[in-house]
Design a protein around this ligand. Structure first.
Ligand SMILES: C[S@@+](CC[C@H](N)C(=O)[O-])C[C@H]1O[C@@H](n2cnc3c(N)ncnc32)[C@H](O)[C@@H]1O
Length: 429
């Protein structure tokens, strides 16, 4: 396949973070959005649907289509798309040949209810998006898969630490993928936001991987270097996700066996801690701040509101009261530490969340102090904290929805670096 295009399907596409990272962007109409490709990637199919599916909710999809062109993204529930495809109706135009599937998706309960040996294969719960990724991989058999999730995936659920990730790995092994994973904090690689996410890279390969070597010299650690780990932990996972569901790390108190870095092939897992190794340039929150004349007055915090913000951001140790289900009032002690207030311009920002928009005071929204005044971050700054070009989500949606899209998105620079490494290994830079 060297030098040929790598045909990508982007699932849960949002506003197109993976596509921007891999395909890059070239437009004469919007040269300010232009970005280099990571290699010969070509996104040939994309899907984005915001439940429950009503028209007003589809703002991320509309942004995607504004940026990548009409017809570039299918706006339908992926579950419905794949039900039709399985029934022989390719109503949503999934191409025959797909080399790579990419997507960011939620951490949910991945448990399965019946053994593989039962008719119909693995049956996951409807609405659990991992199972749609699994179906897509099963149906289209791409050579590569690159997924992004919250780092909590490696430890969930609390009652059976690591079970959900073990289910995912056993599914991928069953489909013939060898897998690498890494928890990446973007700020540790010079990006302007602290955002910890797990990246999972899988490849269908005949080559036998040395799993320890893969942790320090694989695709992920070549793209995002780490110190050579001092120790490794190895174990096997059951071959049937149903068995993983019923037996993996039972006991509630046990820690997850999955560390920040790891590799798996043929149901055998090796994992280790990871210390980032990076001496490049480091960006900060201050580097994305827009000129003052681009900040609407509504983003400034009034003197009256400031006290509320200070209280929410501050440390607390206080008695609170609450009513139980029977309406009986009881009191309890509530304590929490303080948050930086204002957020420091000389550091990378904290993780941006979907609730970053809106003027209401909050503990987690960012507040900066510039020219003596306190204000929230504007959407153009949120775009850039995720390494999207400034104005990417300025696509006919409200400021609150722009913030929501960025809270859902990823730091584009991370899959860009991973894509460059994949292309390099294919000799197709
Ligand atoms: C974590 S976000 C991914 C964001 C994306 N990586 C980006 O760069 O913007 C997951 C996306 O999946 C979409 N989604 C949720 N359920 C879906 C479904 N059933 N079918 C298709 N997309 C869905 C959500 O609307 C959301 O935009």
């Amino acid at each position: 396949m060297a030098k040929d295009a790598i045909r990508v399907a982007e699932l849960f596409a949002g506003v197109g973070g993976f596509r921007l990272a891999l395909d890059g962007y070239r437009s004469s109409e919007h040269p300010e959005f232009n970005r280099p490709a990571a290699g010969p990637f070509r996104t040939v199919w994309a899907n984005q649907w915001e439940p429950p599916g009503n028209e007003t909710k589809q703002f991320a999809w509309r942004c995607y289509e504004q940026r990548f062109g009409a017809g570039s993204c299918v706006n339908e529930d992926i579950n419905r798309v794949l039900d039709d495809y399985e029934n022989g109706v390719n109503a949503y135009g999934i191409p025959d040949e797909i080399d790579m599937v990419v997507g960011g998706f939620p951490c949910q309960d991945y448990s399965v209810a019946k053994p593989l040996a039962h008719a119909g294969g693995i049956e996951g719960r409807k609405g659990v998006l991992w199972w749609d990724i699994y179906r897509f991989l099963y149906l289209k058999k791409p050579r590569f898969v690159l997924l992004e999730n919250v780092d909590r995936l490696l430890k969930s659920p609390a009652s059976q630490r690591g079970r959900d990730f073990a289910i995912m790995l056993s599914c991928l092994a069953d489909l013939g993928y060898a897998v690498e994973w890494r928890v990446v904090n973007s700020a540790e690689y010079g990006f302007p936001q602290r955002r910890k996410r797990v990246y999972i890279f899988g490849e269908k390969t005949q080559e036998r991987w040395n799993l320890e070597e893969r942790i320090s010299e694989g695709v992920l650690s070549s793209a995002l270097p780490i110190e050579t780990p001092e120790s490794f932990h190895a174990f096997d996972i059951p071959h049937d996700p149903y068995e993983v569901t019923n037996s993996f790390n039972l006991g509630g108190k046990a820690k997850s066996p999955f560390c920040a870095a790891g590799a798996m092939q043929g149901f055998h897992v090796v994992t280790s801690e990871a210390t980032e190794s990076f001496d490049g340039e480091r960006m900060t929150l201050g580097s994305v701040i827009v000129p003052q004349d681009e900040v609407p007055e509504s983003f400034y915090v009034s003197d009256e509101a400031l006290e509320k913000w200070r209280y929410l951001k501050g440390s607390k140790n206080e008695v609170r009261t609450k009513r139980d289900a029977n309406g009986i009032e009881f009191s309890y002690r509530y304590s929490e530490g303080s948050m930086a207030f204002p957020d420091l311009l000389e550091n990378p920002s904290r993780t941006i969340l979907t609730g970053e928009g809106g003027s209401g005071a909050s503990r987690f929204k960012h507040i900066v102090q510039i020219g003596g005044r306190f204000r929230r971050l504007v959407p153009d700054e949120l775009d850039q904290l995720q390494c999207f070009p400034k104005g990417w989500t300025n696509a006919g949606m409200s400021d609150g929805n722009r913030a929501f899209c960025m809270g859902n998105a990823l730091v584009v620079g991370i899959p860009h670096l991973i894509g460059r490494e994949i292309a390099k290994r294919l000799g197709a830079e």
